[in-house]
Design a protein around this ligand. Structure first.
Ligand SMILES: *[C@@H]1O[C@H](CO)[C@@H](O)[C@H](O)[C@H]1NC(C)=O
Ligand SMILES: *[C@@H]1O[C@H](CO)[C@@H](O)[C@H](O)[C@H]1NC(C)=O
Ligand SMILES: *[C@@H]1O[C@H](CO)[C@@H](O)[C@H](O)[C@H]1NC(C)=O
Ligand SMILES: *[C@@H]1O[C@H](CO)[C@@H](O)[C@H](O)[C@H]1NC(C)=O
Ligand SMILES: *[C@@H]1O[C@H](CO)[C@@H](O)[C@H](O)[C@H]1NC(C)=O
Length: 590
């Protein structure tokens, strides 16, 4: 991580020193021996320390306790998600998940006792009881964790948060505590609306460079303006509505006050899916989320996501899940959303969840990233397919505005092996890679078994190109790709076109929701955690390999799309009809 900012690093050093001194001094007679639990060496890029925290300011912290048997849950999730396994499709109930995730009795007792010694009574804020929440004055938090909380500002947005650079817990409790948060995770506000483009003819012209002939069965207009009809043609998506609406909710996550506007949706359907006019979506709110219907506050990201779910997965019930700012999970509510969904009945809980927000992996600590990933693994266990857009900065991170990088910047949560990461493609089929499609290899998560051969084959194919710029042992992403440019949306009363992997995730999610509809109709379990299926021989046969294009960044051309899996477009773009075949359904009989 190369940071050009000198002053934050200096603040970092002095803060760290303060924290270390605190460990030594704040240990009066009878106090427990403290040990540093997590630390970071510097204030992350894009943030500056902006002030102190008043001693009486109440802050809310969460203590993630060590789970009883997370390895057992992981093993089970892989078993029930692998089509070759006899347990395939036997999703767990939230209660069964909680048995794996609950804290050990010993750990819970020890941590509760420590808090009690400090006159703090925690409340449990997760289904399994593994997350304890406390609200205490800053001065008390400083004392409890032998640290000094300060205010930090995200420079670009001006958003302030209370964080520290290191904290301690009693040495004897280290094995029982995964992490305390929010403490040393500095999450930039999630990226806002996707890029709005004029009709993009440049990219269409780029197609001429390709050798493969462009098939003629697609309307020429789809090369420059992409509508639901184009996507139906590109990916074999049915025009007929889904029929088994029970237990088949498609969830769309909304963050950062991105509001999904009903009037924009109706305008979109009226023009592009007249058969679906008046179809609407349900609203669920978490952490004080809302869905303001003022047209001027219609969110570009939110309408894109809702228009390409309601408008593509016709007949599938869609729920917009608006996550507000009252979250204490250190990741903008990304863990809270899971806690909330795990608490729902099977009928209400989404079977597919799409999220078009993300950050750079390095912004979140390893411990917290594991916490987020374990949360999404729990959703997979109960049968929810979790899709995230891979990011829009090529090998240079999550944002179109790439950071100044000397090594490639992996994005989050794409590095989590339990989510399906969706990159971007463009053009008439056979599609090429969108040049901003984030892709690469995680520094936090090792390569999972289901893609190990693909990742090693790709790395072998590029030899020592980019050696040292990416992690050869990391989980590779994205897993798949879909349309990410020239996507027509209705927004604030007008039609416009947007680009970003933000489009690719809801488009893919709609396809999987439609496959689930057919599975339910056939009396079969829904897809659940997708990746072991996607990478299986049957699964990958349902994807059209994308073999042209690169994802430049960090002053390089980036990785190249190639035959087979690649860290630009994954396995390629989905085909609905081939997916039906892959899951053992003969689509002609439906
Ligand atoms: C949609 O709803 C409006 C208002 O209720 C109604 O006037 C219109 O006929 C409906 N259109 C369709 C196609 O159902
Ligand atoms: C990136 O580096 C260049 C050259 O060193 C510099 O001019 C530019 O301001 C940097 N950009 C950011 C966002 O730091
Ligand atoms: C991606 O392609 C567009 C259009 O061809 C171009 O303007 C842009 O600079 C490219 N981005 C990168 C990172 O090369
Ligand atoms: C590379 O990834 C592994 C996990 O797969 C991790 O242990 C290691 O620290 C990473 N290397 C860097 C430089 O981040
Ligand atoms: C957008 O729509 C509003 C009303 O719906 C209209 O007044 C405005 O001119 C439109 N803007 C553009 C750029 O077309």
């Amino acid at each position: 991580m190369a940071q050009p900012f000198c002053s934050p690093a200096m603040i970092a050093t002095s803060l760290l020193l303060a924290a270390i001194l605190a460990v030594v001094s704040a240990n009066p007679l009878g106090r427990r021996a403290m040990a540093i639990h997590e630390k970071r060496n510097a204030v992350p890029a894009g943030f500056v320390q902006s002030g102190s925290v008043p001693a009486s300011k109440e802050i809310t912290l969460r203590i993630a306790l060590t789970n009883t048997d997370i390895a057992g849950l992981e093993k089970t999730v892989y078993e029930i998600s692998d089509p070759a396994n006899t347990l395939y499709g036997q999703h767990l109930t939230p209660e069964q998940v909680a048995e794996f995730v609950k804290p050990t009795a010993e750990g819970l007792a020890a941590v509760t006792e420590w808090l009690s010694e400090n006159d703090i009574s925690p409340k449990s804020v997760s289904n399994a009881g593994d997350l304890l929440q406390i609200t205490i004055p800053a001065s008390k938090a400083d004392e409890l964790l032998s640290t000094k909380f300060s205010t930090f500002k995200h420079v670009e947005s001006g958003v302030e948060s209370i964080r520290t650079l290191a904290y301690s817990v009693p040495a004897s409790l280290k094995p029982h505590i995964q992490f305390v948060h929010p403490t040393i995770a500095f999450t930039a506000p999630l990226r806002g609306p996707p890029g709005v483009t004029a009709i993009n003819t440049k990219r269409a012209l780029g197609q001429k460079k390709r050798k493969d002939p462009i098939e003629e069965r697609y309307p020429a207009s789809c090369a420059t303006v992409v509508t639901p009809a184009c996507l139906q043609a590109f990916y074999g998506i049915p025009t007929a509505k889904a029929t088994s609406s029970a237990n088949n909710v498609l969830g769309v996550a909304g963050y950062v006050e991105q509001f999904a506007n009903q009037a924009d949706l109706q305008r979109f359907l009226g023009a592009l899916r007249p058969d679906l006019v008046n179809t609407t979506f349900s609203l669920q709110t978490i952490d004080g989320g809302t869905n303001d219907q003022t047209l001027a506050n219609s969110g570009g990201e939110a309408v894109l996501d809702i228009e390409y779910t309601v408008g593509l997965a016709g007949g599938v019930p869609v729920t917009f899940i608006s996550v507000g700012e009252d979250n204490n999970d250190g990741v903008m509510g990304a863990i809270d959303i899971v806690t909330s969904l795990l608490g729902e009945t099977d009928e209400v809980r989404p079977k597919v969840l799409t999220t078009s927000y993300g950050v750079n992996e390095e912004d979140i600590t390893i411990a917290l990233s594991r916490g987020v990933c374990q949360a999404y693994m729990q959703l997979g266990a109960v049968g929810t397919s979790v899709l995230f857009s891979s990011g829009d900065g090529g090998v240079g991170g999550s944002d179109f505005q790439q950071v100044n990088c000397t090594v490639f910047v992996p994005t989050a949560p794409s590095g989590c092996p339990f989510i399906t990461s969706v990159g971007g493609s463009v053009g008439l089929p056979p599609q090429v890679a969108a040049n901003f499609s984030s892709g690469g290899f995680s520094n936090y998560f090792t390569v999972p078994y289901y893609q190990a051969n693909d990742v090693s084959a790709y790395i072998a194919s590029i030899g020592d190109q980019y050696a040292g710029l990416y992690n050869t042992t990391g989980r590779g992403y994205p897993d798949i790709a879909a349309q990410a440019e020239n996507v027509k949306i209705a927004w604030k009363g007008n039609f416009t076109q947007v680009e970003g992997t933000s489009a690719a995730s809801p488009i893919s999610a709609s396809i999987f929701a439609l496959v689930n509809d057919k599975l339910i109709a056939a009396g079969k379990p829904v897809l659940g955690f997708l990746n072991p299926f996607l990478y299986s021989a049957a699964g990958r046969a349902a994807f059209t390999d994308v073999t042209y294009g690169t994802n430049p960044g960090c002053n390089t051309d980036g990785f190249s799309a190639s035959t087979g899996w690649d860290p630009v477009t994954g396995l390629g773009t989905p085909n609905y009809e081939l997916l039906l075949t892959a899951v053992g359904l003969d689509h002609h009989s439906h």
